[in-house]
Design a protein around this ligand. Structure first.
Ligand SMILES: C[S@@+](CC[C@H](N)C(=O)[O-])C[C@H]1O[C@@H](n2cnc3c(N)ncnc32)[C@H](O)[C@@H]1O
Length: 347
C-alpha cells in the first residue's frame, strides 16, 4: 500500500451502522479515496447504487479510478455536501437508505505537498478543498486583524496560546507558506508541547475557516436527516471535538420528542423525534486499528436511524420528485403545473 493510499477508518463498524442491504441506495458525502464507498458497493450488491460526493476534484478522480469495477452502480459528483438536498434532487437520487459523512481530509490530501494542509511539507498556504473557492489560508492570515486572527485560532483550533500566535503572525506578515507559519508559531509558543506539534491547532483552525467546515457540516446534517427514507441510517465519523459536538447535539436533539428548556412544566415546542440513536455510546477504533492506521486515533462514529413512516416518506419523496421535475423542466409547463396543483391539494 503506498503512502498516498487512504485507509478507510472504522470500516466494518461503518458498514454495520449503515445496515447496508443488497439493492439499497447510499450516499457517501465524503468520497475521498473511495474506500468506504467500495465496501458499501460490495455489500449492497446486487442492485445497490451509490452517489459519491466530494468537493475536491482530485478525490473524485482517484475514487473514479478505484471504483471502476462498479461503474454501472455509481454516480460521482464534484460538489460540496452543503448542497446535499439540491444534489439529490438534481440527480433524482431518492429514496436514500443510508448517508455517510467521514469528515476531515484524506491521506491523499494530507500527503499532497502542494495543497498546504500539512505543516510537515513546505507549500503555499492554500488549504482550499477546491480551487473554485475564493479565499485561501494566505488571504485569512494576511488580511485579518490581530484580534480576528486570535479569535479564529481560539474558536476553531481551541488553541490556548491563540493571542500569542496571532500577535507574532501579525508582526511578521506577509506569510505565504506553511513552513513560514510553522516558524512563527514555534517562535510564539516554543517547539513542542506534549504529543501535539505546536502548529496542529492553528492549522486545524485555518482549514476550518477556509472551508466553512462547521457551518457546512451542520447544514448538511439537517438536510441528510430529511432525505432518509423509512429506517434509513445516518452515519458520521468525526475527528475533533468541534465536529463531534455538532453531530452529537443534533442527533440527540433529533432523537427527542420535546426540546423545551428544562423547567418548562408542559411542552410548548411541539418538537417530534425524527431519529433513533443506534449507538448511545460513541464508537471509536480498536487499539489494533490505531496501531495499523495512526490517523484513525481521534475518530468517533455516531449513527442514527430515521423514524419517518412509510406514509410520511412517500409524501416527502413525492415533494422531492416534483422539485426534481421542476428543476429539469421549469415552471412554464402547464401539464406540470396541473400535476402540482393536484399534488398540493392532496397534501
Ligand atoms: C476523510 S476523507 C474521506 C475518505 C473516504 N471515506 C475513504 O474511505 O477513502 C474526507 C473527504 O471529504 C471531503 N470533504 C470534506 N468536506 C467536504 C464538503 N464540505 N463537501 C464535499 N466533500 C468534502 C474531502 O475533500 C475528503 O476527500
Amino acid at each position: 500500500m503506498s503512502a498516498h493510499t487512504h485507509i478507510p477508518v472504522l470500516l466494518q463498524e461503518t458498514i454495520e451502522a449503515l445496515a447496508v442491504q443488497p439493492g439499497g441506495r447510499y450516499i457517501d458525502c465524503t468520497l475521498g479515496g473511495g474506500g468506504h464507498a467500495a465496501a458499501i458497493l460490495d455489500r449492497s450488491s446486487p442492485g445497490g447504487q451509490l452517489l459519491g460526493i466530494d468537493a475536491d476534484p482530485e478525490a473524485i478522480r482517484a475514487a473514479r479510478a478505484r471504483l471502476e469495477a462498479y461503474s454501472s452502480s455509481i454516480l460521482l459528483v464534484n460538489e460540496n455536501f452543503v448542497d446535499l438536498e439540491a444534489i439529490c434532487i438534481k440527480y433524482d437520487f431518492l429514496p436514500v437508505h443510508g448517508i455517510l459523512f467521514d469528515l476531515g481530509l484524506s491521506s491523499l490530501q494530507l500527503n499532497n505537498q502542494g495543497r498546504g494542509f500539512s505543516f510537515q511539507h513546505d507549500a503555499p498556504l492554500d488549504m482550499r478543498l477546491s480551487s473554485s473557492q475564493e479565499v485561501t489560508a494566505t488571504d485569512i492570515i494576511n488580511t485579518s486583524s490581530e484580534t480576528e486572527l486570535a479569535h479564529l485560532i481560539k474558536t476553531y483550533g481551541e488553541e490556548g496560546s491563540s493571542y500569542k500566535i496571532a500577535h507574532r503572525v501579525v508582526q511578521e506578515r506577509p506569510i505565504t507558506t506553511t513552513l513560514q507559519l510553522v516558524r512563527m508559531i514555534e517562535q510564539a509558543v516554543g517547539r513542542r508541547r506534549g504529543r501535539l506539534h505546536p502548529a496542529t491547532k492553528t492549522f486545524q483552525a485555518l482549514r476550518i475557516a477556509v472551508n466553512h467546515e462547521l457551518d457546512h457540516l451542520e447544514t448538511a446534517l439537517k438536510q441528510a436527516i430529511n432525505l432518509l427514507g423509512c429506517e434509513g441510517r445516518l452515519v458520521v465519523i468525526s475527528y475533533h471535538s468541534l465536529e463531534d459536538r455538532i453531530v452529537k447535539q443534533l442527533m440527540q436533539q433529533e432523537s427527542r420528542d420535546c426540546i423545551c428548556p428544562p423547567g418548562v412544566p408542559t411542552c410548548v415546542c411541539g418538537h417530534k423525534a425524527s431519529l433513533r440513536l443506534i449507538n448511545k455510546k460513541v464508537i471509536t477504533p480498536s487499539p489494533t486499528e490505531v496501531q495499523l492506521n495512526p490517523r484513525s486515533r481521534s475518530a468517533k462514529l455516531r449513527a442514527a436511524e430515521s423514524l419517518i413512516t412509510q406514509d410520511e416518506y412517500y409524501r416527502t419523496a413525492e415533494e422531492h420528485r416534483f422539485l426534481a421535475q421542476l428543476n429539469a423542466e421549469g415552471w412554464r409547463r402547464p401539464a406540470l403545473l396541473k400535476k402540482l396543483r393536484v399534488a398540493f391539494s392532496m397534501f
